[in-house]
Design a protein around this ligand. Structure first.
Ligand code: FES
Length: 119
């Protein structure tokens, strides 16, 4: 038994490892469309557009409407709440005030046609 003091513990919980998560078959997406997936507590919109795949946090920073419900065009998704558009590549509010953006995530298409997002 030791009377020495214990080392202080960090108040920050451990960060879960970043991993690739399968979210569906590529055939589940139409061109120029988004679909919400849930990974743990995260709601993420996965988009197929102009031959590429994109992933954005599926919560509009204006008033919380799910972005994946909106139309996808010109490299953006438009929120059905009030029409704000967000870049699929950067998450930035296109044409809006700097600083309004949504998180983006890496996406990949496996050789077997499964779409994966890295979270
Ligand atoms: S909730 Fe998205 S623009 Fe208002």
């Amino acid at each position: 038994m030791s009377d020495s003091p214990q080392a202080p513990t960090s108040a920050t919980p451990p960060t879960p490892p970043i991993e690739w998560h399968p979210v569906g078959s590529a055939a589940d997406w139409k061109d120029d469309s988004g679909k919400r997936v849930q990974i743990g507590a995260r709601r993420i919109g996965i988009y197929k557009h102009a031959g590429g795949w994109y992933a954005l946090k599926d919560v509009c920073p204006h008033a919380g409407v799910p972005l994946a419900q909106g139309p996808v065009f010109e490299g953006t998704v438009m929120c059905v709440g009030h029409g704000w558009r967000f870049s699929l590549t950067s998450g930035e509010w296109v044409g809006g005030s700097p600083g309004y953006k949504v998180a983006t995530y890496p996406v990949r298409l496996r050789d077997d046609g499964v779409v994966e997002v890295q979270v």
